[in-house]
Design a protein around this ligand. Structure first.
Ligand code: GDP
Ligand code: MG
Length: 328
């Protein structure tokens, strides 16, 4: 076990009053069960098809489907170009609770602790490297979903799944077709814009153009719709704060935030822009991370249209294609 992981366990125990250890034990015991199950002949495995075993790593679509047959799921798609900061943002949303920077929301567990750990290895490494690294390892093409069970002040517990998908998936039409199958009418979409690239006066319009194009494509493919709570996150604020023309870049970002809101608010349920440094531990930045999760948890069009309209606008998501299985 690395030093970073040990540190995490201690903090988590303090934070959760020994529950973290239980979660760790649970994850380990689940891994053992998964291995035992894999070693059995197929005939024996068949009778166990309703037992849900999670390895602790990010879930694949069929694993998410299995989870969703028993519990409600709040799905959050994180989209953005390569290296814009998507994985870092997801990892920091988890670390918010790990480090105890959360003010209003409470951590109620995660089925994908190992998935978060894999991605956060080296994230805050203090070994003198100029740039922290987010692990880019992946066990397969579709292990996208990272889970946080979160409770708010009304003790409403929600299972939030963040879809951690590489930027390449959104860069061509074929990739978008596949994404449309998985994330049609997605309840929450977060678009990540790389703030560092906005410091470059010559290149910054290209960055905004890329975000604008992605938003249009997601709308076109009906991934974004009237059911979507859209959040546009301008990351790497710390880089902007340290750049030469800081004031000018901040004005540019504010102008683009207004432009995005004006342009897209009519097409989605709600739209918000957030300018943050995902890696910062400052209270203001942690507050912004918490607000992102709160927005994902807010009631949206899904909850308010429970009458006849819900039938009319049937939600077809990829993991629903397996359909509910009869029990007994
Ligand atoms: N300084 C700074 N670096 C960041 C921030 N967010 C991400 N990064 C760095 O940007 C690089 C790409 O981030 P990553 O999350 O892997 O991008 P992804 O490809 O969109 O998932 C990594 O080196 C991160 O450490 C931030 O808020 N501030
Ligand atoms: Mg990534």
């Amino acid at each position: 076990m690395t030093e970073t992981v040990q540190e995490e366990m201690i903090d988590m125990n303090e934070l959760l009053g020994d529950k973290a250890e239980l979660l760790e034990e649970e994850a380990q015991s689940n891994s053992v069960k998964a291995r035992e199950n894999e070693q059995k002949p197929l005939a024996e495995r068949k009778n166990e098809e309703y037992i849900s075993i999670y390895s602790g790593r990010a879930l694949k679509p069929e694993e998410l489907f299995r989870f969703s047959t028993n519990e409600d799921v709040t799905l959050v798609l994180i989209a953005g170009p390569y290296a814009s900061g998507k994985t870092t943002l997801i990892v920091m949303l988890y670390r918010l609770f790990l480090e105890g920077y959360n003010k209003r929301l409470c951590f109620s567990g995660s089925k994908t602790m190992d998935g978060f750990r894999e991605r956060s290895e080296n994230l805050l490494c203090k070994s003198g490297q100029a740039e922290p690294l987010v692990a880019r390892t992946s066990r397969g093409a579709e292990d996208w979903y990272l889970h946080l069970a979160i409770s708010n002040a009304e003790e409403r517990r929600q299972n939030i799944f963040f879809a951690d998908i590489s930027g390449e998936a959104f860069s061509d039409i074929n990739g978008l077709e596949i994404m449309a199958e998985f994330f049609s009418d997605n309840e929450n979409v977060i678009i990540v814009v790389n703030g560092e690239n906005l410091c470059d006066i010559n290149g910054r319009n290209g960055e905004i153009f890329a975000a604008d194009l992605m938003l249009k494509r997601l709308l076109n493919k009906k991934i974004l719709s009237k059911k979507t709570k859209l959040q546009i996150v301008f990351t790497k604020k710390d880089k902007v704060d340290n750049c030469e023309k800081k004031e000018e870049v901040i004005r540019y970002i504010e102008e683009k935030e207004k432009l995005f809101i004006n342009k897209f608010e009519a097409y989605v349920y709600s739209v918000k822009c957030i300018f943050l440094s995902a890696l910062s531990e400052e209270p203001d930045e942690c507050e912004k991370l918490e607000q992102i999760i709160e927005t994902c948890m807010e009631m949206g069009s899904m909850d308010s249209n429970v009458d006849l309209q819900a039938v009319e606008y049937k939600i077809v998501r990829h993991f629903d294609r397996f359909q509910l299985r009869e029990r007994g």
